[in-house]
Design a protein around this ligand. Structure first.
Ligand code: ZN
Length: 323
């Protein structure tokens, strides 16, 4: 199911969607690879049937999700394939009236595939220039459990590619098997080079993982939903104005949260923690940004004023662009 067309929605959902569409807003937590729809993969690999692709999109739990994510990434075997993924993603931003986006590229996975990173970044940056009314910043993400040496390669490319629109670096993957402390020096170097620092943390692991991310200088936290378990951490995030990039559908689909109704976004918001809504991997979680805002209204009781504030946050917490 997709939500782009507004089909199968009630009148109330449609009007919320229309309201959200009209808001100036940004998408700050989305992975390019996780945005690739089955139809786009078919364009890349005409020999695959949609049924075959959809079968690979099925997964259970976090481990199953990661397998699917890696499968999709393996299908992106050339800079041109990444460029097509970028085109389709920016078309979806157009439909949703998203005027700014920071898109994460799983750079660590590209190196793991033993492919060159620079041609991919050149290809996606070039494609993004075909959409002059949407500003795009790129975040290069390293994989925690692959270690600091590989992350150093990723972040070196990030520094070199700032003129192509790379605005930040991050780490994702297994919080337990790749502690943030391994990356402390690399984060310091990236900050000194003018790059923004984000970090997936507190998605599956507890508040200690978020503290570790803050200790190495993270300016935004990817997910961070388990911060709710530590009142001191909530105060810290609020007082230091450090936002959480919260992606409710993602957390339910991966099993990080048992159900939407149990999702902590409302409690985080009420605690005064800055929140930015994101989709994470919209193709794999059957969502888009309009849908996440609609959930905020329908499931978590966000008023129109609060939806406006969420949209304003998404623009407020952008990383600085070089040009
Ligand atoms: Zn993510």
């Amino acid at each position: 199911m997709t939500y782009y067309s507004g089909e199968h929605l009630s009148d109330r959902e449609t009007s919320t969607q229309e309201f959200v569409r009209s808001l100036a807003k940004a998408e700050l937590h989305i992975h390019l690879e996780g945005s690739v729809q089955p139809e786009t993969l078919r364009e890349i690999h005409p020999s695959l049937t949609l049924d075959e692709i959809r079968a690979n999109f099925h997964y259970n739990g976090f481990a199953g999700f990661l397998k699917t994510y890696v499968w999709v990434t393996k299908q992106l075997h050339s800079p041109e394939a990444y460029a097509l993924a970028t085109r389709r993603l920016l078309e979806s931003f157009e439909r949703q009236n998203v005027s700014y986006a920071e898109v994460t590229l799983s750079a660590g996975v590209i190196l793991w595939k033993q492919e060159k990173l620079e041609p991919v970044i050149e290809a996606i940056a070039s494609e993004a220039r075909n959409f002059p009314h949407i500003r795009v910043g790129w975040i290069l993400d390293a994989i925690r459990q692959f270690g600091a040496e590989q992350a150093a390669r990723v972040f070196a490319v990030a520094r070199e590619c700032r003129m192509l629109g790379v605005v930040a670096i991050g780490i994702g993957g297994d919080e337990e098997r790749g502690p943030a402390s391994w990356f402390e020096l690399l984060y310091e170097q990236a900050r000194a080079a003018g790059l923004g620092l984000t970090c997936h943390a507190g998605e599956v692991a507890g508040p200690a993982s978020v503290w570790d991310a803050l200790r190495i200088g993270a300016q935004r936290i990817g997910h961070g939903i388990r911060s709710l378990e530590d009142p001191n951490l909530l105060s810290f995030l609020r007082d230091r104005d450090i936002p959480l990039e919260v992606c409710p559908s993602s957390n339910v689909c991966t099993g990080a949260v048992p159900s939407l109704r149990e999702h902590p976004i409302r409690k985080l918001w009420d605690a005064g923690v800055p929140v930015v809504l994101g989709t994470d991997d919209p193709a794999l979680f059957h969502t888009d940004l309009l849908h996440e805002y609609t959930l905020a209204a329908d499931i978590f009781g966000f008023s129109r004023e609060e939806l406006k504030q969420l949209a304003a946050n998404s623009l407020l917490y952008r990383f600085p662009q070089r040009q």
